[in-house]
Write a protein that binds this ligand. Structure first.
Ligand SMILES: [Cu+2]
Length: 297
């Protein structure tokens, strides 16, 4: 079976293992408003700015808008193949198994035509997240868009089963951030795996510690015991994806600027239960993926 850490290793082509150490800060109780919307003090994060906001294109503001939008709606992103007039259309949803399976899709806009104009979101027009429905085999890739609007990329689909592909993007003139998802049926033997837990550390030179503090997630990266700053990657010091176990709702996570060595994110996890976290970060020019699963109480 393909383990989450090996999936990340295969993707990035590196041999350094990642250790995850848990803090005692998981399971922070959340207050709920009667209408089901999470209570949130106005301006609770007013002291923070997304790193992207400091960029010239100001696309960090889209992220914040997306966060507000997400908090205001009952249905989290990533559960629909079509939403707000936009539709994810895969050329094929039944695929063969293999290490480099071509995946082609387009994103149709409200006019029914393939979307051609995108806002930059974390330095890309589109982030494609692919994970098997048992939350193994996580991939965060950036595909290329042809002149007709079709996106294409090779996916690592060595394991059979049902995979979920998420397109995370910001259409020009549309929603600040949209995540559409489609299931891909991959032929081959299927052996269910467990949601990614703290990975063992065959090589302990890199250690990643993930702590959840309220809506914030703090990540500390160490190499040989020394805290290090991950290198800039996608306009931040890392990119975090949170998927809810059970339905693979895709929760938007936004980098926060902060003093100190930790990489901080605001992650609105709307309901109790387990969530799997996938942290992509770059050290020594190589992108690593650290995974863990937390329980929101
Ligand atoms: Cu991306």
């Amino acid at each position: 079976m393909q383990t989450p850490s090996s999936a990340g290793a295969k993707l990035a082509g590196f041999a350094v293992a990642v250790a995850l150490v848990f803090g005692a800060s998981f399971g922070v109780a959340r207050a709920w408003a009667p209408d089901g919307a999470p209570k949130r003090a106005t301006g609770a994060h007013g002291g923070h700015k997304t790193e992207a906001t400091s960029g010239a294109d100001g696309h960090g503001e889209h992220g914040m808008d997306g966060m507000k939008m997400q908090a205001a709606t009952a249905t989290p992103p990533g559960l629909a193949v079509a939403q707000e007039g936009y539709r994810l259309v895969a050329e094929a949803t039944t695929l063969g198994a293999g290490p480099a399976i071509p995946f082609r899709f387009r994103l149709d806009g409200p006019d029914g035509r393939p979307l051609q104009r995108y806002e930059q979101l974390h330095e890309r027009e589109l982030h494609l997240i692919v994970v098997r429905r048992d939350l193994t085999g996580f991939q965060h890739v950036h595909s290329t868009r042809a002149a007709d609007g079709t996106w294409a990329i090779d996916l690592d689909l060595r394991e059979g089963g049902t995979w979920r592909a998420f397109a995370d993007f910001a259409p020009t003139g549309g929603p600040a951030q949209l995540t559409l998802g489609v299931d891909l049926q991959v032929a081959g033997a299927f052996e269910p795996g467990a949601a990614p837990a703290a990975a063992a550390a065959p090589d302990p030179s890199i250690e990643v510690r993930i702590d959840r503090r309220g809506d914030d997630i703090e990540i500390t990266v160490r190499r040989d015991g020394e805290v290090i700053q991950p290198e800039p990657y996608l306009g931040a010091r890392g990119h975090l994806v949170a998927l809810r176990a059970g339905d693979l709702a895709y929760l938007h996570v936004h980098p926060l600027e902060g003093a100190g060595p930790a990489v901080r994110f605001m992650a609105h996890l709307p309901t109790v239960g387990p969530y799997s976290l996938f942290f992509d970060y770059q050290v020594g020019g190589v992108v690593h993926t650290a995974t863990t699963t937390i329980e929101v109480q």
